[in-house]
Design a protein. Structure first.
Length: 671
């Protein structure tokens, strides 16, 4: 009987088959399939659920001590060149398979409630299954070339889902932005993959690492070229995992349905970049310059995301910039040569960030009952407040997520973030300082989100404030539209149905407990993913080192929470107005997202349009001018020559005689 690892190829295939069947049904029998909404959803959830069960079996085998499994077949060959494809299962892959399938199933169950009245319900579930399949295929890929195939499929699915409500200009523009920015990173990734194959003759992770060291050692490839190739490959994760300066697409991706935000931010697209960097540690580790660049970019990203999140009024965008910041922590860990710490933070972050995003979706869904379906109103925290009384389950789970991401023990975020800060302290003390400061900012802005949304009095019925927000967004006060209907339905919000509440409760459990698997003196997560590193962690663990670092990170988090309590719960200080009045330039800088969107627009969008206009001018004036001149000359010569076509033999003889005389004179002159 085959083991679960031998059947791991079914994990991406099952959701893919489900997506293909429903997709073909939508193309061929659109009305019929759209009428069968619930059966379609149940079928696709079952496909992803079956993949989840198989993933759990694979993880159980790896936890029991089973070795890595790799099955390959020769996909293409030419002479001595062979290109293998297949699948690979190891502890790192098993953890990711279980994580992705768990989040995907919960998001799909949640979507049944959130998208219940959407006309694209069946299409949405089809995209979800295809998205999950693409990410699962990426995880089990045994080499860089196969990863690149699924990498592009993940990008395609994100484009479809971010732009799911394509009739909204904001959603269509966000999908295009995500597509273009990721193409920049993916172009670098492709160049890097081809360059590494040129240098090493392999697409395999370990083989590339070993052979790259050999060719650098024997002088066939210089160290500078090897570093350049590694950094080109890193451009792919920079875009997918939203690292500075290619992070600009991720906050705009909030224009898609909230369940997609949860899936992208927790387990699929942004996780793909971190996962690839972890896979490529054998390639990156021998080059300290590459590691340093990754660590510096991660630190810039984590501080940038946290600083911008301080000023956000949109609930989803506040969480989006939080994700940017947390991804920076993961990349900082990778740059410190601690992929286990980075992956552990990816796992813990996936659970509480999925819960936070689904919680925000529950809030937005409830707010739409009061303020209508205009996103400017339904997502703005200035119209929320007091929702804990109406939505106790959502509020409680959201609070758990805030405590977890703030790094308060014993919740999950403390153990993973503290391990990263500890690694940074020993490798790059300056970068540790950035991560340490950002930990306090994280605690502050997350509890700012919580207090503005769930505490105080409900502000959603304030018509004057609604009109101000719509006017600031350039919309009229009577403008209401949405994907699920129009008009006001209630005076105050209500708790969401069980399809939306159940995933929140389920995700709250690992958000509290899963961090205990990564306690540094006995890290079961490290023991599974990398037993050698787990042994080193246990051997070098010291309470004298751990307690000051852990205590300081908890202290700054508590300071951030306390400041948020004073400003937004007790209203002892008007922090927003005080900072805006005293430091208006800094406030504008952060509110304008470091002006990066404006810079990109001026340099790349407007710049490319200017170049395009210049090329169009060359085409219309030079190229078309030459073509038109040729036509005019042909037409003019034809018009002139037609008078020589008289049909009289005497005239033709005269022309021949004149030609002979002209030739005699010509040869006589030059003879």
């Amino acid at each position: 009987m085959p083991s679960a690892s031998d059947l791991a190829w079914l994990i991406p295939v099952l959701p893919l088959l489900g997506a293909c069947l429903t997709g073909l049904g939508l193309i061929s029998f659109n009305r019929t399939v759209n009428r069968l909404r619930k059966p379609v959803a149940l079928f696709l959830i079952s496909c992803v659920g079956a993949a989840a069960v198989l993933s759990y079996a694979v993880l159980a085998e790896q936890m029991a001590g089973a070795g890595p499994t790799e099955m390959l077949f020769n996909w293409a060959s030419a002479g001595s060149f062979n290109l293998p494809m297949g699948f690979r299962v190891d502890p790192l892959g098993a953890v990711m398979l279980a994580l992705v399938t768990t989040i995907a199933v919960l998001v799909m169950v949640y979507s049944d409630g959130y998208m219940a009245h959407d006309k694209g319900y069946a299409r949405f579930f089809t995209y979800l299954a295809l998205f999950s399949s693409s990410m699962l295929g990426l995880i089990i890929s045994p080499n860089l070339l196969e990863i690149y195939v699924f990498w592009e499929l993940v990008g395609m699915c994100s484009y479809l889902l971010v732009g799911f409500w394509y009739d909204r200009d904001a959603a269509a523009n966000a999908a295009q932005k995500a597509f273009v920015v990721n193409r920049v990173g993916d172009f670098g990734l492709l160049l890097g993959i081809l360059g590494l194959f040129w240098a090493t003759g392999s697409f395999g992770f370990e083989e590339i690492g070993t052979r790259l060291q050999e060719v650098v050692a024997n002088g066939s490839v210089s160290t500078a070229v090897a570093v350049l190739l590694c950094l080109l490959v890193f451009m792919g994760p920079m875009a997918k995992s939203a690292q500075f300066p290619l992070h600009v697409w991720l906050p705009d991706a909030m224009e898609g349905p909230t369940p997609i935000s949860a899936l992208i931010h927790a387990a699929t697209m942004v996780a793909a970049g971190v996962f690839l960097v972890a896979r490529l540690q054998p390639v990156y580790a021998p080059f300290p310059a590459v590691q340093a660049v990754i660590a510096v970019i991660g630190t810039i990203t984590l501080f940038l995301g946290a600083s911008i999140a301080l000023t956000q009024q949109d609930l989803k965008k506040g969480l989006a910039y939080s994700t940017v910041s947390q991804l920076g922590y993961m990349m900082l860990a990778m740059g410190c040569g601690a992929p286990v710490a980075g992956m552990f933070h990816l796992v813990t972050h996936a659970f509480f960030k999925a819960m936070l995003f689904l919680g925000s979706g529950s809030v937005i869904h409830a707010m739409e009952e009061v303020v209508g379906h205009e996103p400017v109103l339904a997502q703005d925290m200035r119209l929320m407040g007091g929702l804990r009384r109406y939505m106790p389950i959502t509020a409680a789970t959201f609070l758990i997520g805030c405590i977890a991401i703030a790094g308060i023990p014993p919740l999950a975020g403390f153990w993973s973030k503290d391990e990263i800060l500890g690694q940074a302290f020993h490798h790059f003390p300056i970068l540790w300082a950035g991560g340490f400061l950002t930990a306090g900012m994280t605690a502050f802005y997350m509890f700012r989100l919580y207090f503005l949304t769930f505490e105080g009095s409900f502000r959603g019925n304030d018509k004057g404030l609604q009109a101000q927000l719509l006017a600031a967004a350039g919309k009229s006060s009577d403008h209401e539209h949405g994907e699920q209907g129009e008009g006001h339905h209630a005076d105050h919000p209500h708790e969401s149905g069980w399809q939306m509440a159940l995933p929140l409760v389920v995700l709250a459990v690992p958000s509290v407990l899963i961090g205990l698997l990564g306690m540094p003196w006995n890290s079961r997560f490290a023991a599974l993913v990398d037993p050698h590193e787990a042994a080193e962690m246990a051997e070098h663990f010291s309470w004298q080192d751990f307690l000051p670092l852990a205590g300081s990170s908890v202290a700054i988090s508590v300071a951030g929470i306390s400041l948020a309590v004073l400003a937004y719960a007790l209203h002892r200080i008007d922090l927003g107005q005080a900072v805006a009045a005293r430091f208006p330039a800094i406030n504008r800088f952060l509110a304008n997202k470091w002006n990066l969107d404006a810079i990109n627009d001026k340099l790349f969008v407007q710049g490319s349009r200017k170049i395009a206009r210049q090329v169009l001018d060359v085409d219309s004036k030079v190229v078309d001018g030459v073509v038109n001149l040729t036509g005019l000359l042909t037409l003019g010569s034809g018009e002139g020559l037609k008078y020589f076509e008289t049909g009289r033999a005497q005239f033709y003889a005269l022309i021949v005689f004149g030609g002979v005389i002209a030739m005699v004179v010509l040869f006589g002159a030059f003879g």
